[in-house]
Design a protein around this ligand. Structure first.
Ligand code: PNS
Length: 158
């Protein structure tokens, strides 16, 4: 069974993340969406809230599950028998950071490969930061996030 892990902050999940998850679910037998419990990052949503938003967004995707993790990604990947790390690439600006992450992870664990999926063009400008900024000014985020979590997100920024 080919198990992939898709790690991220998901603060909050966006249509860009959803696109990557759906496409990864067609390539791998099982996809584990792993939400980082980021203690040193100023997350707007708690880890549990982020997991909950992901779960609400992913209803119906049978081979996808949502977890939270802390510590090194490769350690968690080994624990759940994932052999592939999935990351989305939006533009060349993502590349330097993603390359570093992939190389460090490869050095830490040579048996785990990072696979990049290119973001679909319609999602190229979407990021969690953009969503948070628009929502904080009470703007319309309906084109950026799954419909099923729209009310939850706007509730947080009221
Ligand atoms: O959505 P993000 O914030 O770009 O995701 C970053 C993430 C979670 C993939 C990265 O911060 C991570 O893997 N953190 C866990 C700690 C780790 O394994 N670090 C080693 C690579 S530098």
């Amino acid at each position: 069974m080919r198990i992939a892990i898709y790690p991220g902050s998901f603060d909050p999940v966006t249509l860009g993340h959803m696109d990557i998850i759906v496409r990864a679910s067609k390539i791998f037998d099982r996809v584990i969406v792993a939400t980082l419990i980021n203690k040193d990052k100023n997350a707007v949503f708690t880890a549990d809230e982020r997991v909950n938003l992901l779960e609400k967004s992913l209803i119906g995707l049978k081979n996808v599950e949502v977890v939270k993790f802390e510590g090194l990604l490769v350690d968690y990947a080994k624990k759940v028998n994932a052999t592939t790390i999935i990351r989305g690439l939006r533009a060349v600006t993502d590349f330097e950071y993603e390359l570093q992450l992939a190389l460090v992870n490869k050095k830490l664990c040579k048996d785990i490969e990072t696979v990049f999926l290119t973001t679909s063009p319609e999602n190229i400008y979407i990021s969690s930061s953009v969503v948070k900024q628009i929502a904080s000014f009470n703007g319309d985020i309906s084109n950026f996030v799954p419909k099923s979590i729209l009310n939850d997100l706007m509730g947080k920024f009221k």
